[in-house]
Write a protein that binds this ligand. Structure first.
Ligand SMILES: Nc1ncnc2c1ncn2[C@@H]1O[C@H](COP(=O)(O)OP(=O)(O)OP(=O)(O)O)[C@@H](O)[C@H]1O
Ligand SMILES: [Mg+2]
Length: 315
């Protein structure tokens, strides 16, 4: 077996909020001792309700934010310890596609300028013909090179976001809800494009989504997060969930309407505040299988490498 492209060890991120003259700041762990590997060429999915730490995990892996604890290795190099210049070079091998292509593309820049940026950041000049190549790769005509983002449709803008991410030929692509802002019909086209690029370019991907259908279509393995912790790793997209939370997510199928997302059908009970997690399992307050032990002891991710699950009473 070859070494994984990415190795994450006990990664945690603490955020502070509030605080002032009279109040002490409150702290919470948005990501809590997460350990994972991503194999070369693998697409790893991350699912979980809003606020469970998916984007924070992605930003930590790219070291766009600094971890509170833990390490991330990329192709054998600990990037959490790299000085800025070396980190910048390493970053050319990683890229991110954001949820909202409108806010992630500078409206003042033409598409040529947008696609030249990654090269400028690396202190390189844009290779001749590169803009046309990148546009072609994402199915856009070369004639759009002088257009500005506001002249494009949502789907076209996201194609530009993908082209920019591919500019430096990265090995690793983070897709953070890449189609969440698009109409359903356009979503399917963008996902098909991403799947095609992934296969053609041999990309390793981290795919974050609320949409379990998309994650199952796109990914080889699926990580389920709850309040900052990984509670289960599904070894393949069709695997039956063993954690009661993953099971509930499957049943709710991640309601497409954000207003309904909080109401996972079979779950009752309060979601604890991330600033004041109870002792024991963070999911116990909503779990139909919870016992006294669950309210006392924190279940660790099981040692079963085939199908890790953090639960005392798995299905
Ligand atoms: N810069 C920050 N400062 C303080 N708290 C933050 C910061 N970024 C994120 N958080 C908090 O960390 C938690 C995890 O946020 P994150 O954005 O990672 O969730 P998410 O799973 O990506 O959610 P969504 O599905 O809504 O995108 C949330 O409670 C959020 O409020
Ligand atoms: Mg997010």
């Amino acid at each position: 077996m070859t070494a994984p492209l990415i190795r994450i060890e006990r990664l945690s991120k603490r955020f502070q909020s509030g605080g002032g003259l009279l109040a002490r700041p409150r702290t919470m762990l948005a990501v809590r001792e997460v350990s994972l590997t991503i194999a070369r060429g693998e697409a790893l999915g991350v699912v979980g309700e809003s606020g469970c730490g998916k984007s924070t995990l992605a930003r930590l892996i790219l070291r766009l934010i600094e971890p509170t604890e833990g390490r991330v290795s990329f192709d054998g190099t600990d990037i959490t310890a790299l000085p800025p210049a070396a980190l910048r070079r390493m970053r050319s091998r990683m890229a991110m596609v954001f949820q909202d292509p409108y806010s992630s593309l500078d409206p003042r820049h033409s598409l040529s300028q947008v696609l030249a940026e990654p090269f400028q950041i690396q202190g390189e000049t844009l290779p001749p013909g590169m803009v046309a190549d990148l546009l072609a790769q994402v199915g856009l005509p070369e004639g759009l090179a002088d257009s500005h983002p506001h002249q494009l449709s949502g789907g076209q803008r996201q194609r530009v976001g993908i082209a920019r991410a591919l500019a430096l030929r990265p090995d690793f692509l983070v897709l953070d809800e890449p189609t969440a802002s698009l109409d359903v019909s356009i979503q399917a086209q963008i996902i098909a494009l991403l799947a095609d690029l992934r296969a053609r370019l041999g990309l390793t991907c981290l795919f974050i989504s609320h949409d379990l259908g998309l994650v199952r279509y796109f990914c080889d393995r699926i990580v389920v997060m709850y309040l900052g912790s990984v509670v289960e790793v599904l070894p393949d997209p069709a695997a039956r969930p063993r954690h009661p939370y993953s099971q509930a997510l499957m049943e709710a199928r991640f309601a497409p309407d954000p207003a309904q997302r909080k109401e996972l059908a079979p779950l009752t009970g309060e979601i604890p505040s991330p600033f004041a997690l109870p002792p024991g399992c963070a999911f116990a307050s909503r779990c139909p299988r919870a016992t006294d032990r669950c309210r006392r002891e924190v279940p660790l991710l099981s040692a079963d490498p085939g199908h890790p699950v953090a639960c005392f009473h798995p299905l």
